[in-house]
Design a binder for this molecule. Sequence first.
Ligand SMILES: [Zn+2]
Length: 245
Amino acid sequence: MHLTPQKIKNYYEKAFLHFEKNIKMPEIEIIFYPYVNVNNRIKSRNNKVSVRISELLADAPIAVHKALAQILVAKLIGKKVPVKSKKIYKEYLDDENFQDIAIAHKRKNGRKILTSPKGEFFDLEKIFGKLNLVYFQNKIAKPSLSWSQRKTYRRLGHHDPVHDAIIISRSLDDKSVPKYVVEYVVYHEMLHIKHPAKNQNGRRCVHTSIFKRDEEKFAYYEEADRWIEENALKIKRKVKRAKRK
Ligand SMILES: [Zn+2]
């Protein structure tokens, strides 16, 4: 869920008050700006403060926006940045999911990219094309497709609706992985495009019953599910071993 600039403005007002209790509150303007990299600017002129926040942070959690507000306001008025805020912000940027989002964003903007949909063993574009034809009558508009930067094992794939990107864990780009498993993971993420998340009784529902019914239409549904179940632990061990090297 996107935070509105109005909501984010509150965090900046609170940050000003945090540093100077009796401050005359300036007018604050918040803009999301399409910087290619994570870049945020704050400027003050005639008691008007303008903040430009990188679009890449549009989906960042509240805590991250609060931390960023403290960082930028501290810089603007020459105060020491609170250690805790620095830590929250840095950890978010270092998170591998965020890094994948940043890469997808760059690709979409036509910048030089670090990863390609073509892996060592599997080509995500080919897999996407085939699945789109067989299961979706070619109706899914092609998102940005990429392998994750690191070999993650907790999440084998994810769809990022903000940047219209499907990212598949590099741990699956391996000769020991059957093709139908990679296809199944891509298929699952394509279903997220076909069935966007819904709010049901105030809760965000991602895997609705229609979603699940469609998921079972995959020709190797049971085999793929079983393979993942049986190999999840193996992948995890392999990734951990590789990380130790
Ligand atoms: Zn899912």
